[in-house]
Design a protein around this ligand. Structure first.
Ligand code: ADP
Ligand code: ADP
Length: 225
C-alpha cells in the first residue's frame, strides 16, 4: 500500500488553475523528485501535501488516513525549506527540539532524539550555537535534522540545496541519498535541477503548466524526447 497518495490534486488561486489532476502513489522508502521549470506547480503541490496550502480539489492520503482537510501538525509529515527557517534566537539544540516540545514529547526523550539525529548529521559540536554562527551547509543540516527528529512517515523537501555552493550541493545530495536509504521513509523532493533529480530520484515526476507530464525512473524519463 502507498505511504502517500495524491489523488487528482487541484489548486486554484482566485479562479486561476495553478495545479490540476496531480495523481501519484509513493511507497515507503521511495524518493520522488518533482522536476520542472519555475512556475510549473512543484511548490504548490508540495505545499498542499504539507498542508501549507488548502487543497481546492482531489484528495490526499497518508497511509490509510484521508488528511485532505487536516492541519499540518495532524499530518504525519515534516518539511525542509530552502531558506532553512530556523529560529534565529534559539540554539541549535532548541531549534532541533522545538517541534517535539510543541507535540508534547517529554524533555528526556527530546534530548535523546536530538542527540541521535545530531550525531547522524555530524552537527553535535554545533548544538550550543545560534543559527547565525553556522555556515549555509551547517544550517541546511540543522534544517534536515529538525525534520528527522520528528520521525514522520513522509519527508517533504523544497529545493533544499539551492542556497548552497556547487561543491557543497553535491556533497549534501549524496548525504541525503544515503540518509534516505537508511531511514526508509517516503520522500518528495522538489527541484528544478535535472542533475539533482537524476542522481537522487527513484522516480521523477516531470511537471509542466500545473500538470504531470511524465512519471518514470530517471533513465526512462530522460531517454524520451
Ligand atoms: P514552482 O514551484 O514549480 O516554481 P509554483 O507552485 O510556485 O511553481 O507556482 C505554480 C503556479 O501557481 C504559478 O503560475 C504561480 O504563479 C501560481 N501561484 C503560486 N502561488 C500563488 C499565490 N499565492 N497566488 C496566486 N498564484 C500563485
Ligand atoms: P515544526 O518544527 O513543528 O514543523 P516550526 O515552528 O518549524 O514547527 O514550523 C511550524 C510551521 O510553520 C511549519 O510546519 C510550516 O507550516 C510553517 N513554516 C515554517 N517555516 C516556514 C517557511 N520558511 N515557509 C513557509 N512556512 C513555514
Amino acid at each position: 500500500m502507498a505511504e502517500v497518495s495524491l489523488r487528482k490534486l487541484r489548486k486554484t488561486y482566485g479562479g486561476v488553475v495553478a495545479v490540476e489532476g496531480v495523481s501519484l502513489d509513493i511507497a515507503r522508502g521511495e524518493l520522488i523528485v518533482l522536476l520542472g521549470p519555475s512556475g510549473c506547480g512543484k511548490s504548490t503541490t508540495l505545499r498542499m501535501v504539507a498542508g501549507l496550502e488548502s487543497i481546492s480539489g482531489g484528495e490526499l492520503f497518508i497511509g490509510e488516513r484521508n488528511v485532505t482537510q487536516l492541519e499540518p501538525k495532524d499530518r504525519d509529515i515534516a518539511m525542509v525549506f530552502q531558506n532553512y527557517a530556523l529560529y534565529p534566537h534559539k540554539t541549535i539544540r532548541a531549534n532541533l527540539g522545538f517541534g517535539l516540545k510543541m507535540r508534547g514529547i517529554d524533555a528526556a526523550e527530546t534530548v535523546r532524539r536530538v542527540d541521535e539525529v545530531a550525531e547522524m548529521l555530524a552537527i553535535t559540536h554545533l548544538l550550543d550555537r545560534k543559527p547565525r554562527q553556522l555556515s549555509g551547509g551547517q544550517m541546511q543540516r540543522v534544517a534536515l535534522g529538525r525534520a528527522l527528529v520528528r520521525d514522520p512517515a513522509v519527508f517533504l523537501l523544497d529545493e533544499p540545496l539551492s542556497n548552497l555552493d556547487a561543491k557543497l550541493r553535491v556533497r549534501m545530495r549524496e548525504e541525503i541519498a544515503l540518509l534516505q536509504k537508511r531511514i526508509g521513509k517516503a520522500m518528495i523532493y522538489v527541484t528544478h535541477d535535472q542533475t539533482e533529480a537524476m542522481t537522487l530520484a527513484d522516480r521523477i515526476v516531470i511537471m509542466r503548466d500545473g500538470h504531470v507530464q511524465q512519471i518514470g525512473a530517471p533513465l526512462e524519463v530522460y531517454d524520451r524526447p
